[in-house]
Design a protein around this ligand. Structure first.
Ligand SMILES: Nc1ncnc2c1ncn2[C@@H]1O[C@H](COP(=O)(O)OP(=O)(O)OP(=O)(O)O)[C@@H](O)[C@H]1O
Ligand SMILES: [Mg+2]
Length: 416
């Protein structure tokens, strides 16, 4: 049947080779018949004749990647950038990176941007994108609106006179995906990821930390547009530094100056930060234009846990494993705890393989056993947060933490 349609479409295209509509029909017919190389030839023609393929760019990119057609894949990426389809850009960039890596054209970069940049000291192979981060729907939406949209559709914000810029501060218990989210934000936009870590900045010698911090911001500006990530912001901008008149207060001042400079020249440095201890972050950091959005990243809820487990187990051979059923007994487990669960279970299978000489798949029993052995690492943080919310008169600022603490799942687990 489809052979028949393909034949007649081919004849029609031969008769009117400039008809984009016919080409598109032929391409789609070929693709659904599994004739990918021929379909890609048609898509190639269409892309070079500026046909509107916005809706299908990711799909075409996937086919092109599978067939190893790098130029076509790049053309998809370029069109996605121009059309401002933000989610697609990250995915397509990753496909390009993977293809290049597979070919040994190692283009690993210090920032996860991929592309043909020289390798840096903190070189990383993969570009992380939102689809690899389980759950966190609300955080993804907020970052999309605060960071990605102003970048991809600046004219829209200008039209309504909406101020852009200002950083997003993510806070919450350890291991729940803050750092991952920051990296994925860069991946989504296809931008370099510049990570400023506390240990790269701090120096016991007078004035050196300030200089290091300044250099890090300079490097970010030089790579703009980019995503600048300040991890452990509480350590960089510890509130009590200010009051004690210590040397470290100057570090807080330098950080404020740098943030204001970025905010004022609107130079395409998108700022994200993370902390486990938002109550220790200097108040001045939270003013408009600096980190004016402070976002709680809670431990993943039940559907998010299922999704994270699915992501974590995607590569392992399994038999009868149901991530949704494991999500139930893992209340308050962080993403990192869930990773520990899967790793422990996989270790058990490997042991079994070594013992028996067979290579059995991973089963529920091993995962359930691992769950029973691991205590959620978010509990200590939540207990501490509870004290801040209830006793330190901070309930206003941390109202979403308060709300989370009041949920049944948390109350049940914390009262144990
Ligand atoms: N939403 C998620 N989806 C998939 N994996 C996750 C998720 N959250 C956490 N993980 C896993 O847990 C690891 C730790 O996450 P990440 O480093 O982003 O946490 P964090 O919030 O930055 O923690 P910390 O406060 O300790 O810095 C990740 O490398 C990943 O393997
Ligand atoms: Mg982190």
């Amino acid at each position: 049947m489809s052979e028949h349609r393909i034949e007649s479409l081919r004849r029609a295209v031969a008769a009117s080779p400039e008809d984009a509509m016919l080409r598109l029909m032929l391409a789609e017919e070929l693709a659904s018949a599994g004739q990918h190389p021929a379909a890609l030839d048609e898509y190639d023609w269409l892309l070079h004749h500026d046909a509107d393929l916005t809706e299908s760019l990711v799909h075409i990119g996937e086919l092109a990647a599978a067939e190893g057609r790098l130029p076509l894949l790049r053309a998809c990426l370029e069109h996605a950038r121009q059309a401002g389809i933000v989610e697609g850009v990250g995915k397509l960039q990753r496909l390009v990176d993977e293809l290049l890596t597979a070919r040994g054209a190692i283009k690993v970069t210090a920032d996860g941007r991929g592309g043909e940049r020289p390798a840096g000291p903190a070189a990383r192979a993969e570009t992380l994108t939102f689809d690899q981060v389980g759950g966190m729907t609300e955080v993804k939406q907020l970052i999309h609106r605060m960071i990605i949209l102003p970048l991809s559709r600046p004219e829209l914000y200008a039209k309504y006179g909406r101020r852009t810029g200002g950083g997003v501060l993510l806070y919450g218990p350890p291991g729940c995906g803050k750092t991952m989210m920051a990296r994925a934000t860069a991946g989504e936009c296809g931008l370099p990821f510049v990570n400023i870590r506390i240990e790269d900045v701090m120096d016991p010698y007078l004035g050196v930390s300030e200089q290091n911090l300044h250099t890090a911001f300079e490097s970010a500006r030089a790579q703009a547009p980019c995503v600048l990530f300040l991890d452990e912001l509480d350590a960089l901008a510890f509130s009590r530094h200010k009051h004690h008149g210590s040397d470290a207060r100057r570090l807080v001042d330098v950080l404020l100056q740098e943030l204001d400079a970025i905010g004022s020249d609107n130079d395409g440095v998108l700022v994200l930060a993370a902390t486990n201890a938002p109550w220790d972050v200097d108040e001045a950091m939270l003013r408009p234009g600096r980190f004016d959005r402070v976002v709680f990243v809670p431990p993943p809820d039940e559907p998010a846990r299922a999704e994270i487990l699915r992501v974590l187990l995607a590569a392992a051979p399994t038999d009868g494993v149901d991530p949704a059923r494991l999500a139930e007994p893992t209340a308050l487990f962080s993403g990192a705890d869930l990773r520990a669960v899967t790793e422990r279970a996989i270790d058990a299978v490997i042991d079994e393989a070594l013992r028996t000489g067979s290579e059995p798949p991973l089963r529920m029993a091993q995962l359930e056993q691992a769950v029973a052995q691991i205590r959620p690492s978010t509990v200590d943080w939540l207990v501490r947060a509870k004290a801040y919310v209830e006793f330190a008169n901070q309930s206003e600022r941390y109202s979403d933490v308060a709300q989370y603490l009041a949920t049944k799942e948390v109350r049940r687990r914390l009262s144990r």
